[in-house]
Design a protein around this ligand. Structure first.
Ligand SMILES: CC(C)(COP(=O)(O)OP(=O)(O)OC[C@H]1O[C@@H](n2cnc3c(N)ncnc32)[C@H](O)[C@@H]1OP(=O)(O)O)[C@@H](O)C(=O)NCCC(=O)NCCS
Length: 175
C-alpha cells in the first residue's frame, strides 16, 4: 500500500518487519541530536513501530508516521508523516515529523517528503492546518519547514526547552 509518492520517494505504512532497517537510523546520534530521548535502542524502535501501526487504525488516528522509501533501490531511508498532539500551547495540533538517514541528507529528499505529506493531509485527510515543532538550533529542519511553505508562528516551552512552532494552512498557493 502506498500513502503518497514523489519523483524519488514512496511513502508507505510501516510494518514491524522494518525494524532491521529503521534501527540503525534512529540509533544514529546525528539523526537524534535534537531528540529529548537521544539515540534509540532496537527495543525503543520496535515500540515506535508498534505505535505507528496502531495509529494507522481508523478507530485511532487513521494516519501516522510513514516509512520513506527511496525508489532507486527500494531502501528504507527514514520516516515522514503525521502525529497528533493533544496540547501544544493549549491547542490540539497535527504535526509533520521527519527524520532521514544522514547519508541521504542534502539532496532535497526531506523537503520532497514533507511537501507530499502536507499535500496528502490537506487533499485526502481534510486537514486545514499542520505544524512542525523544531528546536531553534535545528537549522536544517527549519529550512525544510520553510521550503514546505511553513511559517514561524511562535516560540513555546515544550519538553523542558524552547521550541519553535512552524505552521502551514490549506489554501491557495502552497509552495
Ligand atoms: C532535517 C532533515 C530531515 C533534513 O533532511 P534533508 O534531506 O537534508 O533536507 P533537504 O535536503 O530537503 O533540505 C535541507 C536544507 O537545509 C540546508 N542546510 C543544510 N545544512 C544546514 C545547516 N547546517 N544550517 C542551515 N541550513 C542547512 C540545505 O542547504 C537545504 O536547504 P536549501 O535547499 O535551501 O539549500 C535531516 O537533516 C534529519 O533527518 N535530521 C535529523 C532529524 C531531525 O532533526 N528531524 C526534524 C525534527 S523537528
Amino acid at each position: 500500500m502506498v500513502i503518497t509518492e514523489t519523483d524519488r520517494l514512496v511513502l508507505r505504512p510501516f510494518e514491524l518487519s522494518d525494524l532491521d532497517a529503521l534501527t540503525p537510523i534512529l540509533a544514529d546520534p546525528e539523526v537524534m541530536r535534537f531528540s529529548v530521548s537521544g539515540p534509540w535502542s532496537r527495543e525503543r524502535t520496535l515500540r515506535f513501530l508498534q505505535g505507528c501501526v496502531a495509529d494507522y487504525a481508523e478507530e485511532r488516528w487513521g494516519f501516522g508516521l510513514w516509512a520513506v522509501v527511496h525508489k532507486r533501490d527500494a531502501q528504507l531511508i527514514g520516516y515522514c508523516g503525521l502525529s497528533r498532539f493533544a496540547d501544544v500551547d493549549g491547542v490540539a495540533e497535527v504535526e509533520i515529523g521527519f527524520r532521514l538517514a544522514p547519508e541521504y541528507w542534502g539532496r532535497g529528499l526531506a523537503t520532497e517528503a514533507v511537501r507530499a505529506v502536507r499535500d496528502y493531509a490537506f487533499e485526502h485527510l481534510g486537514m486545514r492546518r499542520l505544524i512542525s515543532m523544531i528546536e531553534p538550533e535545528n537549522s536544517r529542519s527549519i529550512r525544510v519547514a520553510e521550503k514546505a511553505g511553513m511559517v514561524r508562528e511562535k516560540e513555546i516551552w515544550k519538553w523542558g526547552r524552547p521550541v519553535l512552532v512552524y505552521a502551514v494552512f490549506a489554501g491557495p498557493s502552497p509552495m
